[in-house]
Design a protein around this ligand. Structure first.
Ligand SMILES: Nc1ncnc2c1ncn2[C@@H]1O[C@H](COP(=O)(O)OP(=O)(O)OP(=O)(O)O)[C@@H](O)[C@H]1O
Ligand SMILES: [Mg+2]
Length: 494
């Protein structure tokens, strides 16, 4: 099905999120959509999929004008959208997630649905059990489920909004194979991303948005520097990685053990220097997220020690087994990847978030103080929003900045899960600049990222995880992407 968007306008208050955007996507092609944070990508996709309505403009399917008032309308017309944040029901079973969104009436034929689901799965080499509960699936699997659900509902146009954030490398390969297959079947695909290499690998044509305007399009062979210039209006050079590591231990992890339902991690030993950045690399579910949560005091280790070094004489406090508040009060801060589920609270404004995240100094919140603090943080972290903006009104990248802006001062250890997920290149560099400033002040950072470039570029040392095993710490300067890739995939372990 061919999709045509003509002169779409959408305003949110003062923000002109879509300013006269036109775009045509032909059946059987993959259309890439690039643009910096807040450029209006998700807004246009939500208009096409009926989650919001345009102020003006036309939508044509196969040349016929349509009106889309709701997601149900768009599904009926054959449009399916995979959102930036999963839209499923985690406490329910996979098959029930299918049934609940289907127009099957009161007595759906469960067996038939399962059969159809399995047939679809086979086409794409997915292997999700229909009777399993959604909250036990990985992010990548939840995404596969959502794709299958949309196809099962008859989607001919598929919108994918930043589908590769938070999934493992192998899940990404599978996703790309799936997208190619769907295009070959004649579906029209809209692929929103910040990642130039992905867009270049996958898309038959790319369009760039900036501040709500369509800046132009490109077809292969792609010129990366041109695309970057179209996105930001200038070319970008990544700054040198400056090492702030000091010869001063801040933490010592000894014989740490973690037992999770799916994974056992044994006898992990490493130290964290002051000012150091340690990157944790590995496929999703290899144990790095568990270590991060243990260091944050959210997950209780089953053995071993997390020593914090106090003072010059090397006195140590063992934090293992202590309450999360103890960790927090010692300047340990955790930033989760699931920003809308764990990191932020939907329905609350930015100002309310800042008020809650600060240390409580009484029973009352000082409105003026919070207002000032909010304004300062919003400027500091370059958040596109006001103190009154509710969290869900911000674009994905701005939510990420908001999460980073909630960090207290001073900090000793920062634990970050995908800190630049969903950020465009410029914002990611800006945020890392901020983080490195913390290191200058003596804070240490341990972070997870599925972007190996980011791990190598910003870490001083790197630990690789594979099936609960942890490598010795490598100096980042001596590591190549290829070598990391092999270790992550389970090769080269003794
Ligand atoms: N519901 C809303 N209420 C108010 N403003 C909104 C709303 N949704 C989006 N906006 C604003 O519209 C602009 C475009 O947002 P959009 O989500 O389309 O950006 P995006 O290109 O998807 O960015 P990102 O890469 O960060 O996800 C932003 O300035 C955003 O704050
Ligand atoms: Mg978006």
């Amino acid at each position: 099905m061919d999709v045509e968007l003509i002169n779409i306008h959408k305003r949110f208050g003062k923000v002109h999120a879509n300013n006269g955007i036109s775009l045509t996507v032909k059946s059987g092609t993959v259309q890439g959509i690039l643009g910096e944070n807040g450029a209006g990508k998700s807004t246009l996709m939500k208009i096409l999929s009926g989650f919001i309505q345009a102020d003006s403009g036309d939508i044509l399917l196969d040349g016929k004008k349509v009106t889309i008032h709701s997601p149900a309308d768009s599904v009926k017309l054959g449009i399916g959208m995979l959102h930036q944040d999963p839209q499923d029901f985690p406490p329910m079973k996979v098959v029930d997630n299918l049934i609940i969104g289907s127009p099957m009436g009161l007595f759906p034929d469960r067996k038939k649905i399962i059969r159809e689901f399995e047939e679809l799965q086979k086409q794409f080499n997915f292997s999700i059990s229909p009777e399993t509960y959604v909250d036990t699936l990985t992010v990548g699997e939840r995404q596969q489920l959502e794709i299958l659900r949309l196809l099962w509902l008859g989607a001919e146009v598929l919108i994918l909004d930043e589908p590769t954030t938070g999934i493992s490398a192998s899940q990404k390969d599978l996703l790309f194979a799936t997208i190619r297959k769907l295009a070959a079947q004649g579906k029209a695909i809209l692929f929103v991303s910040h990642k130039l290499d992905e867009v270049e690998a996958l898309c038959s044509q790319v369009v760039v948005f900036r501040q709500g305007i369509n800046m132009g399009s490109m077809t292969p062979p792609y010129q990366t520097d041109k695309l970057v210039e179209m996105m930001f209006g200038k070319s970008i050079v990544r700054s040198e990685n400056v090492c702030e590591k000091q010869e001063d231990k801040s933490f010592e992890i000894e014989e740490l053990r973690i037992d999770d339902v799916r994974l056992a991690i044994r006898d992990v030993n490493f130290c964290i220097q002051k000012g150091e950045v340690i990157g944790l690399a590995g496929m999703e579910g290899s144990g790095q997220a568990l270590i991060l949560r243990a260091l944050a005091g959210i997950l209780r280790p089953t053995g071993g020690h997390i020593y914090m070094i106090e003072g010059a004489d090397g006195g140590r406090i063992d934090l293992a087994g202590k309450h999360y508040f103890t960790y927090r009060d010692h300047g340990i801060h955790f930033l989760p990847a699931a920003r809308l589920e764990e990191g932020l609270i939907q329905g609350l404004s930015l100002a309310e978030h800042f008020a809650l995240a600060e240390e409580q100094t009484g029973f009352m919140v000082d409105r003026d103080q919070v207002e000032n603090l909010s304004k300062k943080r919003i400027t500091d972290f370059n958040i596109h929003g006001t103190p009154e903006s509710r969290i869900e009104e911000l674009s994905g990248g701005n939510q990420q900045r908001a999460e980073l802006a909630l960090m207290r001062d001073p900090l000793r250890l920062l634990l970050l899960e995908h800190p630049t997920r969903g950020l465009d290149i410029e914002s990611a560099m800006y945020i890392w600049g901020k983080l490195k400033q913390r290191c200058e002040d003596g804070a240490s950072i341990v972070f997870i990222s599925s972007d190996l470039d980011e791990v190598i570029h910003y870490s001083d040392r790197i630990l690789v995880f594979y099936g609960g095993k942890v490598s010795p710490a490598f100096e980042a300067s001596s590591v190549t992407i290829d070598m990391l890739g092999q270790l992550i995939g389970g090769k080269g372990w003794s």
